[in-house]
Structure formats: C-alpha cells, structure tokens
Design a protein around this ligand. Structure first.
Ligand code: URA
Length: 232
C-alpha cells in the first residue's frame, strides 16, 4: 500500500475516533490541495532529474539485454542547443565504458556536431535501447518497446527543440513502432521530417552506416542543416 493512502487512513481513523460520522466540510478540498503539492514532490523525487532516471536505468534488469551487458549506457550532454541525437544501441566500446557514441561511429557523430557549430557536451546524445545487444545485432521490437519508457522520459525531461534519429531503429521507435522494423528504410524516410509529441524529428543515416558509405555523408549534412534551420 502506498504511503499516501496509509496516511489518509490514519487521518480517517483519527476523525472516526473523534466521533465524526461524516467528513468535516473542506476536508476533501484540503486533501486535493495537499495532493497538488504532493504530486510535485513525488514527480521531483522520481523523475525530475535525468540523474534519477539514469539511476533507474542502471538498476534495470527488465529485458534479456540487461543480463549480457557490461554497463548500461545512459544519455549524456545537455540541452543548451536544444538538439537531441538518438542512436540505436550501445556498441562494444560503449558497453565497456558506459557512455554513448565513444567508438568510431561516435567520432563521426562528434565531427558532425562540431561541423554544425556546436560542442558535443551541449547537445544531448542517447540511444533507443540502453544495453548492448550481443554480437552487435539489431535490438528486437520487444527490446525496443521494453526500453521505450526510458527514452520517452528522457525526451520529456530534456524537452529538445529538435530530435535527429540516427538510423532506422530510433526512427522506428519514434514512429510508434508501426509495422515491422525491417519494412522501414532509412534511405526512403530521410529528408521527411515528422513529429513526436510536437517535436520535429529529422531521420538520418546512422554514423556506422556512413563509415561504410562515405558518399551518403552529404545527405546527412543536408539533414543536419534542416535541424539547424529549425533550431533558429
Ligand atoms: N551506435 C549506437 O547506435 N549507439 C552508440 O552509442 C554507439 C554506436
């Protein structure tokens, strides 16, 4: 039983012990008022800061990926620019040290951020799933949906002005996981801005793909310019 209900029962028993047959007038209003301030503190206690969300991620053992991970990988950065990047899942390097985009793909992402005129620490970088899938495989639909509450909360707390999804997994997650993941083609969907809870989402190629397909870097640069226009 939640503590608030326990407290309420104490209060009701108190009135009963005093011989009240009905609740005194104004009682409900005063409870509702208390609840408003309780809700604030409750929210603050659980989710107000990214730190408490990250604590939950670090203790999460909801899905099979948590059993094989070395470290969960939480998001990092801040929102001074108003831009959030969402990748797929931590790779081997990220799993080792517990930070997102620190391997080769991460270097390419950092270059892009700097080319946009920003510092890496002033954008927010996170992943769709927070634990490394063994063998670097793509996370399954089930894994994505089990981890989605964390991403949802991160977006709510950070409240970016613009989101760039890196690759099809992040794009699929923000498109409500419609259909099958393999039906989504990032080459077809990039260049088409969509909205997640009123936030413009710019889908683009994953930096790991760009490492293998350098010519498509120019398309990603076009997507980055769209993000910059929307940030202004
Ligand atoms: N690829 C991702 O999608 N995320 C990382 O953090 C690293 C590589």
């Amino acid at each position: 039983m939640g503590r608030e209900i326990e407290n309420l029962l104490d209060i009701l028993n108190f009135y009963k012990a005093l011989g009240f047959k009905e609740l005194p007038s104004g009682f409900i209003n005063s409870i509702l008022k208390d609840r408003e301030s309780c809700d604030m503190t409750h929210q603050e206690a659980i989710f107000e800061s990214i730190d408490s969300l990250n604590d939950r991620i670090k203790k999460c053992f909801n899905c099979p990926l948590s059993k094989s991970r070395t470290n969960p990988v939480c998001g990092e950065g801040d929102n001074s620019v108003g831009l959030m990047f969402i990748g797929e899942a931590p790779g081997v390097e990220e799993d080792k040290i517990g930070r997102p985009f620190v391997g080769e793909a991460g270097k390419l992402l950092t270059n892009l951020i700097e080319k946009m005129g920003f510092k890496r620490e002033n954008v927010y970088i996170t992943n769709t799933v927070k634990c490394h899938p063994p063998g670097n495989r793509e996370p399954t639909k089930e894994e994505i949906s089990m981890c989605f509450d964390y991403l949802k909360k991160e977006i709510e707390l950070i409240a970016p002005k613009v989101i760039m999804t890196l690759g099809k997994v992040a794009t699929y997650a923000l498109k409500n996981m419609e259909g099958k993941i393999n039906d989504l083609s990032i080459s077809k969907i990039r260049g088409k801005v969509f909205f997640y809870k009123n936030i413009p989402v710019i889908p683009t190629f994953h930096p790991a793909y760009l490492l293998r397909n350098r010519k498509d870097k120019w398309l990603t640069w076009e997507d980055a310019q769209e993000a910059m226009r929307r940030l202004k």
